[in-house]
Design a protein around this ligand. Structure first.
Ligand code: FBP
Length: 548
């Protein structure tokens, strides 16, 4: 396969490992743990894996040795830069323990385990993928591992291949499933350990022990580069307002990080919208006021960042979507009605408040709310073009303000949605090192004989050699939440903390960014060069751990 010059140079990069993982390691056992909430229920659901102690690895004199390990690996969910390095870290880790160890990759996500699709990952395959972006080494998928039938089907192939440990690389849901699988295999004495690794560009799988999920660093750097480029274009042409939607599912971590890096005129944070109980009209009004204030200074241009999940956080929209879900689920033949008939039907059947909200939306968006349902019957909010919805509504509001003599500018909008552009980028040095360490560390957890743990590498704002490596029982991160109408044990999702340092930093500066043009142009990720250019972790991580 033809390779670019950067690909060739990057293949030779040797990710840095924490000192703790170099050479022989000893597992130091900490105190027993508890789940973050609902301890009694979670203890009952995880009788053999609840309350396990934290583990930390320490470097000891001698050579790393162990019996040969046959390990399986699965990539689960959306792509995130660095997945290939987790796999190469596992490979190098188990080979270092014993060179007869073998690694098997299940194809296209958890479905590969259930359907017995796999390949053996040999040294030559691994070498092709070191330090590259993407999940294409074995592919990824969103099959949920949750039923006994799936677990038993998986066990058949694990037994056949002599696999005694499985590493699941995924987000909060996939790691929740990893914990359930670990408990099941442990409970029946299957002899298979299950270890999780924290992946997701969304940045919402984090807590005291998991400082960040991998991929967030690279993806936000890629989006920030492009936002910076748009800012420069915007500041050169001075004629457009750019509305930029950013991936990230429910949480606004990606938008916040990109805002800290690029200092746009506006960045909406969904968690704040919800906390302040804001309406769509208020969001639009605030935006229109900023556009008008900048126009007064002769600046008919600007940048607005919008998190992907915004719609769900506007309380009135949330209520509307919930009522629409119920209404459409019980309305037979809705899909066959004419568009105008559908609109009339909805307006007649919704409660008065929700009908008013529905009626206030641009027709295209209102229609999107009634069309795209996922397999559970819910609106697929990520498909709603929030960037267009907001810019259109701001345009209308500005015309009203013009009529009232409160706006005298020109308004022209451009729209962008960044998500897939960053999910498979070559991992930054941070993600390349972090992922390799997560994988290598997972191999040590396997060698230590534990199950139901997540690979944890901490102290991430320090140089990689000083990182702390160990394992955290997954049950420690869990609480009970309602899913599909039933209470389930799940890893608590981390949304943006409005009291946290990253948001507070943003909030203290945004008024200045709104009126004045304070753009910062981060430029492309650099892989070679001085540490201050190449090795800096995300600003979110830096703010969160300042002074620690
Ligand atoms: P994960 O939670 O699986 O890591 O998903 C990340 C993500 O990129 C979200 O930001 C986005 O909403 C979603 O995947 C898109 O899903 P798909 O890849 O199926 O289009």
């Amino acid at each position: 396969m033809k390779k670019s010059a950067l690909q060739k140079a990057r293949a030779a990069y040797q990710p840095k490992l924490p000192i703790a993982l170099k050479g022989a390691v000893k597992a130091v056992t900490g105190k027993p743990t508890q789940s973050v909430a609902d301890q009694e229920e979670i203890k009952k659901l995880f009788p053999t894996t609840y309350g396990l102690p934290e583990l930390q690895f320490e470097n000891v004199p001698g050579t790393l040795r162990g019996k040969p390990l046959n390990v399986g690996v699965i990539l689960s969910g959306g792509q995130a830069p660095g997945g290939h390095n987790v796999i190469s870290g596992i490979f190098d880790g188990i080979k270092k323990i014993n060179r007869d160890s073998r690694l098997f990759g299940f194809i296209m996500g958890p479905g590969g385990l259930v359907e017995h699709r796999y390949i053996e990952l040999t040294a030559s395959i691994i070498d092709e993928y070191r330090n590259t972006g993407g999940f294409d080494i074995i592919g990824s998928g969103r099959t949920k591992l949750e039923t006994k039938e799936q677990f038993d089907a998986g066990l058949e192939i694990l037994k056949e291949l002599g696999i005694t440990a499985l590493v699941i690389i995924g987000g909060d849901d996939s790691n929740t499933n990893a914990a359930v699988l670990a408990e099941y295999y442990n409970g029946i004495g299957a002899g298979v350990q299950v270890i999780g690794c924290p992946k997701t560009i969304d940045g919402d799988l984090k807590n005291e022990m998991i400082e960040t999920s991998f991929g967030f660093d690279t993806a936000t750097k890629v989006y920030s580069e492009v936002i910076g480029n748009i800012e420069r274009d915007c500041n050169s042409a001075k004629k457009y307002w750019h509305f930029i939607k950013l991936m990230g599912r429910s949480a606004s971590h990606i938008a916040l990080e990109c805002a800290l890096q690029t200092q746009p005129n506006v960045c909406i944070i969904s968690e704040e919208v919800e906390a302040k109980n804001m309406t769509l009209a208020q969001i639009v009004d605030d935006l229109a006021k900023t556009v008008a204030a900048r126009a007064e200074e002769g600046n008919n241009y600007g940048i607005v960042l919008i998190p992907e999940g915004l719609i769900e956080f506007i309380p009135a929209m949330k209520a509307l979507i919930a009522e629409l879900n119920d209404l459409l689920a019980k309305t037979e033949g809705f899909a066959k009605m004419e568009a105008s008939e559908q609109r009339k039907y909805i307006l007649e059947h919704l409660s008065a408040d929700n009908a008013a909200v529905y009626d206030s939306l641009p027709h295209g968006v209102a229609r999107q709310l009634t069309l795209d349902r996922d397999p559970h019957g819910n609106v697929q909010v990520s498909l709603i073009e929030t960037e267009k919805l907001l810019s259109e509504m701001v345009g209308k509001r500005l015309e009203q303000m013009r009529a009232e003599g409160k706006y005298h500018g020109k308004y022209s909008a451009q729209h962008h949605f960044f998500g897939y552009e960053g999910r498979c980028a070559d991992p930054s040095n941070f993600d390349a090192d972090y992922c390799y360490a997560l994988g290598y560390n997972a191999a040590q957890l396997i060698n230590a004989g534990v199950t139901g743990y997540m690979s944890s590498v901490r102290n991430l704002v320090k140089p990689a050699v000083q990182w702390i490596a160990g394992g955290i029982p997954i049950t420690m991160m869990m609480n009970m939440e309602r899913r599909n109408g039933k209470m389930k044990p799940v890893i608590q999702k981390a949304l943006v903390d409005l009291e946290g340092a990253p948001f507070q930093k943003f909030a203290s500066q945004r008024a200045d960014w709104a009126l004045n043009t304070c753009y910062v142009y981060p430029g492309p990720i650099q892989y070679f060069g001085p540490a201050e250019v190449c090795d800096q972790p995300s600003l979110t991580l830096q703010c969160e751990h300042k002074g620690k």
